[in-house]
Design a protein around this ligand. Structure first.
Ligand code: TXA
Ligand code: MG
Length: 322
């Protein structure tokens, strides 16, 4: 198999899933589509496979990986599920973009959790990822399939450009529907600690109990939630609007609703101001601006709560990376 081979998993799912499962069984890593972003998957119980994930991404070992499971029963094999709040969350949001921190079992190597006694678990809804989990019948560790600290991939082509020379196979399952990484929560004593904002919004979680947003101070709980993350190669600056920006011929502009004039490159997240559409477009727009002949990128601050807050979180981190 050639390095960075891309198989169309929508056109010929059986062949694509079979090749992916063969490689995963052999302890290799494979990029797979999920409904949030593309993931770089390896057998969560195989330390060598997990080590390959860290190596391909150039990811520091203090940043733990999410374990992806088929269903609640497989989650039981990797974590202890015993509180009522957790059960209600899984019932409501799985399969889907919610990751839950739970006490880990011994089947999960400490390399996966960076030594933590908690493991992050989620059950993705993307049919291609689910077909691989079903055929393999093993949990998969999978971080986003981008070089560490860079923009997350929402298409197979993003993965190929970022990691194509380091991994054997990429399954193309179309553009990721949500376009933002999963929401991460830690249920503790009846309270939900929100460690990463994502497609399941804070407002939705509040129906299940009090939610505490764990910001920068939460680094200890989620070591990978570094302030600087999701960064394009170009410096990114947050702005309130195009206003009087003067260096437009050298700059790219990421707009929320309205296309600005005069910039060397510009992207509009959602002309109708729909946060769902904006989230789905975010990383692809950043990838395009990063590839454009510009020296810097201006990104408009995104208003509001819910998904808007999750998008703004990614932009703030991208700006911190400059
Ligand atoms: O949507 C997603 O969650 C995607 C897809 C592929 O599933 N995955 C993803 O993984 O975004 P990654 O590795 O890029 O981000 C996972 C985050 C990191 O910030 C990491 O620190 C945190 O989850 N995390 C993972 N395991 C943890 C643990 N045991 N304790 C605390 N934080 C954890
Ligand atoms: Mg990531």
């Amino acid at each position: 198999m050639s390095v960075g081979e891309v198989l169309d998993a929508l056109a010929s799912p059986d062949n694509a899933v079979r090749r992916a499962v063969e490689l995963l069984q052999a302890g290799e890593v494979v990029a797979l589509p999920t409904e949030t972003v593309y993931g770089l998957a390896g057998d969560a119980g195989n330390v060598q496979a997990v080590a390959k994930i860290f190596a391909a991404k150039n990811r520091p070992h203090f940043d733990p990986l999410i374990v992806h499971v088929k269903d609640r029963a497989q989650a039981e094999q990797v974590a202890i599920l015993e509180d009522d709040l957790t059960e209600r969350l899984l019932e409501a949001f799985w399969p889907g973009p919610l990751t839950v921190l739970l006490p880990k079992r011994d089947s999960i190597p400490e390399l996966v959790t960076s030594g933590s006694l908690l493991v992050a678990v989620r059950s993705p809804s993307h049919p291609v990822f689910r077909a691989v989990l079903e055929a393999l019948n093993r949990p998969l560790a999978a971080p986003s399939a981008n070089p560490f600290g860079r923009i997350s991939p929402t298409t197979a082509e993003h993965v190929r450009l970022g990691l194509g020379d380091k991994i054997a196979l990429i399954l193309d399952g179309g553009p990721s529907r949500h376009g933002l990484e999963s929401t991460i929560v830690y249920p503790l004593n009846g309270e939900l600690h929100l460690l990463r904002k994502g497609p399941v919004t804070q407002e939705e979680l509040e129906a299940f109990g009090p939610v505490k947003v764990t910001s920068a101070a939460g680094k200890k709980a989620a070591p990978g939630q570094l302030t600087s993350h999701y960064a394009p190669g170009k410096p990114l600056f947050l702005v309130d609007g195009p206003g009087r920006l003067r260096d437009r011929r050298q700059a790219g502009y990421l707009a929320w609703k309205e296309k600005p004039v005069g910039f060397a490159a510009s992207e509009v997240l959602s002309a109708s101001g729909d946060p769902v559409e904006a989230a789905a477009n975010l990383f692809a727009a950043l990838h395009r601006l990063d590839a454009a002949p510009v020296e810097r990128i201006y990104a408009e601050k995104i208003p509001g709560t819910g998904l808007g807050a999750a998008i703004q979180d990614r932009l703030t981190r991208a700006a911190a990376g400059r």
